[in-house]
Design a protein around this ligand. Structure first.
Ligand code: IVH
Length: 691
């Protein structure tokens, strides 16, 4: 059933689309911008947000879909209406059966119940989302942060293997997802050409594919041989099959390339056998793979299993064992991180580890150096697995030189000279990590915090990368997050302009200021994450943003009565005492409070980026009680959260809805006494299933 679009929404959409279209023409065709980049960006996002909520609007006006790169600085952003996710990893054979058991437990299936799973190679390329409308390729986007990627349509159109028009009878809207990769043979040939032309070589086929695709000039991409495998999908107006295997079969029938090695497995033993078979085939393949992906075949089960954080419960990546090599340890240097952690980094004689040149590796902490007895001058074993930072796994003792030098771990911070301490916990055990005690007065910590602040999952400020932050900090231009937002005004008033610096120019400074301006409105969860508190990562930032709804509500709580604040914070589902203490400790410090209020004078937090916004239970607090017959308790909780509801274990005045199965007792009575709505499991499904 089509939902009627309210009149004010229609009008608002038409006005925005008209403004954006006019700005596009003025900018791209006439070189006469009508508005600042920030203002443009805001309108475009508003347009996309409306169309995300009311997909029917998209057919009225496709302005938001066909916009080219707004500034020369990079690619336009594309919002993924269905987020692009990552996969959980497993390494050991035993974990295959554990995965199956987890899936069965979640679904409430018996141990011996059949569970079909497909196994296919994990391609080591870069993920891509191809949007087809009425069978025509309209947009190609990189994964980006999963919620928003880069528009690389023009470049993808140069890849001959990717059809511009789908064959057969595809759904009206279909986002095909898969991997872009370069064959090994083409990679070797490309590097030979790079050498001949005096240009730098690529480390591996993956980097070569990424570098080739992310060219601002599609003509360059056209000269690079890129390939594609379709293995997943995002938005789809209809699904042509009921299984994973059927979907991939349908992709093939539309003319999309699919990997031939996918097989259907009936149990964990078959999955392991397939893992071994693909491992054996690996050296003979002309493309890099780094493992095997297992996916529950039945799409209805996939739907029920849903996601945890950023990865599906219905799939997992079984990674091939790490690759190792031996090389000389030239030196050990200490890096000071965002939270003051002193991390020893091994400087190595560069060595090829499974196709990648490695010259740095982590040594974790001082206990690890002592345990492995690592000395400078030693021959060490370096290991690399996937995208993880290479590590030193041990020393080749037989090759230890006489003059190998034991490493003395510093007791003071190498960046600021303050004491570096190991925290002692309640049980008297020292933390493995030694930390600089100076907080933000330590320049290394301050710089790392700023880098984190501007990074992709935080404020995501284009053009303000690690290098620029280091420079600006060293020159006294940016010391705290708020300084980023006053940079343009100070630059305008200063005689020493940024544009006159080496490595900058008029256009790049203009782009930087526009990128900064565009982030003055930032989702609350990103702002919280950007503060870089210990234990407050992306997931906890979302939990906090969801619970408090606004920065004022959060500040009221954490700056008020501390016992009440602790109780409120630990009451948030999934948020423990460690996180709550970290948050309270942060706001207990005057300089942190000052930094946050200076920032809030410059930026206005927006409601959290909700993946699902228009669900009927979004924002509601629900309680499940009694026996559930159609799903396990875990599934019930996950499905409610997916729709934006909060799941609580007890009934109170704040409860909006109680779902009561047979045998429900005191919670049901309590809900009735409080006048809270009580419904059955069937009624719950009716409510959450789209009409
Ligand atoms: S499925 C919702 N299948 O691995 C699950 N991913 O580590 C979507 N990848 O971002 C992913 N080969 O870029 C899937 N056969 C395959 C894959 C594959 C490579 C990549 C993909 C993803 C990453 C996660």
């Amino acid at each position: 059933m089509a939902h009627e679009i309210p009149r004010d929404i229609l009008e608002n959409h038409a006005a925005l689309a008209k403004e954006v279209a006019a700005a596009d023409i003025a900018y791209h065709q006439q070189d006469q911008p009508l508005m600042s980049d920030a203002a443009y960006d805001e309108r475009r996002r508003a347009l996309q947000a409306l169309e995300a909520q009311w997909p029917a609007l998209k057919t009225l006006d496709a302005t938001s879909q066909k916009i080219g790169a707004p500034v020369a600085a990079g690619f336009a952003k594309v919002v993924h209406h269905v987020p692009m996710l990552s996969l959980g990893n497993i390494f050991a054979d035993e974990e295959v059966a554990e995965f199956c058991a987890r899936v069965r437990r979640f679904l409430g299936l018996a141990e011996e119940a059949p569970l079909a799973v497909v196994a296919e190679p994990k391609i080591d390329g870069l993920s891509m989302s191809l949007r087809y409308e009425d069978g025509e390729l309209v947009t190609a986007a990189t994964r980006g942060d999963g919620a928003e990627g880069e528009d690389v349509t023009a470049n993808v159109r140069t890849i001959t293997e990717i059809p511009q028009h789908l064959r057969g009878n595809p759904p009206d809207v279909l986002e095909v997802r898969g991997e872009i990769y370069m064959s090994r043979r083409d990679f070797v040939a490309l590097n030979a050409r790079q050498v001949q032309a005096g240009r730098p070589v690529f480390a591996n086929p993956r980097n070569a594919a990424a570098g080739s695709l992310r060219q601002l000039d599609p003509a360059i991409t056209a000269t690079r041989p890129l390939h594609f495998f379709a293995y997943a999908w995002g938005e789809a107006s209809a699904l042509p099959a009921l299984t994973q295997r059927g979907m991939v079969g349908a992709f093939a029938s539309y003319g999309l390339p699919v990997n031939p090695l996918m097989t259907l497995c009936a149990d964990a033993a078959a999955m392991k056998a397939q893992f071994a078979a693909i491992g054996t085939a690996r050296p003979g393949l002309d493309y890099d793979i780094d493992g095997v992906v297992y996916k529950v075949d039945d799409l209805a089960l996939q739907q029920r299993l849903g996601f945890v954080s950023r990865a599906p419960r219905w799939a997992v990546a079984h990674k091939f064992p790490a690759e190792q090599a031996v090389t000389e340890l030239r030196d050990i240097e200490i890096q000071v991180g965002r939270t003051g952690a002193l991390t020893p980094v091994a400087r190595l004689e560069p060595v090829n580890v499974g196709g990648v040149m490695v010259s740095n590796a982590t040594l974790h902490n001082e206990d690890e150096i002592a345990r492995k007895d690592v000395r400078i001058g030693d021959y060490v074993i370096v290991q690399r697995a996937g995208d993880v930072i290479p590590q030193i796994v041990g020393v080749v003792m037989e090759r230890r030189p006489r003059d190998a030098k034991p490493f003395v771990f510093p007791q003071v911070c190498p960046a600021c000279g303050s004491a570096a301490l190991r925290e002692i916990d309640d049980k008297g055990v020292a933390d493995a990590v030694r930390r600089c005690s100076a907080g933000l007065t330590c320049p290394a910590q301050a710089v790392e915090r700023l880098k984190h602040f501007a990074s992709r999952d935080a404020f995501d400020i284009e053009g303000l990368g690690d290098r620029q932050i280091e420079q600006f900090y060293a020159d006294g231009l940016i010391h705290s997050p708020a300084d980023i937002f006053t940079l343009a005004a100070r630059d305008a008033a200063s005689l020493k302009k940024l544009k006159d610096r080496e490595g900058f120019g008029e256009q790049s400074v203009k782009n930087l200021f526009a990128a900064i301006d565009a982030r003055r409105r930032v989702p609350l969860n990103r702002l919280l994450y950007a503060l870089g508190l210990r234990h407050v990562g992306r997931t906890n930032s979302r939990r906090l943003a969801r619970h408090f709804g606004s920065i004022d509500a959060l500040l009221n709580a954490v700056l008020g009565d501390q016992t009440a604040a602790m109780a409120e914070l630990t009451g948030i589902d999934g948020l423990g005492e460690v996180v709550a203490s970290s948050l309270l400790a942060f706001f207990a410090e005057a300089h942190n409070r000052d930094a946050v209020s200076a920032l809030l004078a410059e930026v206005t937090p927006q409601p959290m980026e909700e993946i699902v916004s228009a669900s009927p239970v979004a924002g509601k607090t629900v309680v499940f009680t009694g026996a559930l017959e159609r799903m396990t308790r875990e599934e019930a909780k996950a499905s409610a959260e997916r729709l934006g509801a909060k799941v609580s274990g007890s009934v109170s005045k704040k409860t909006d809805l109680v779902i009561a199965g047979p045998g429900a007792g005191s919670k049901r009575t309590q809900a009735e006494a409080l006048g809270v709505e009580v419904i059955s499991e069937d009624e719950w499904f009716a409510r959450i299933t789209p009409a």
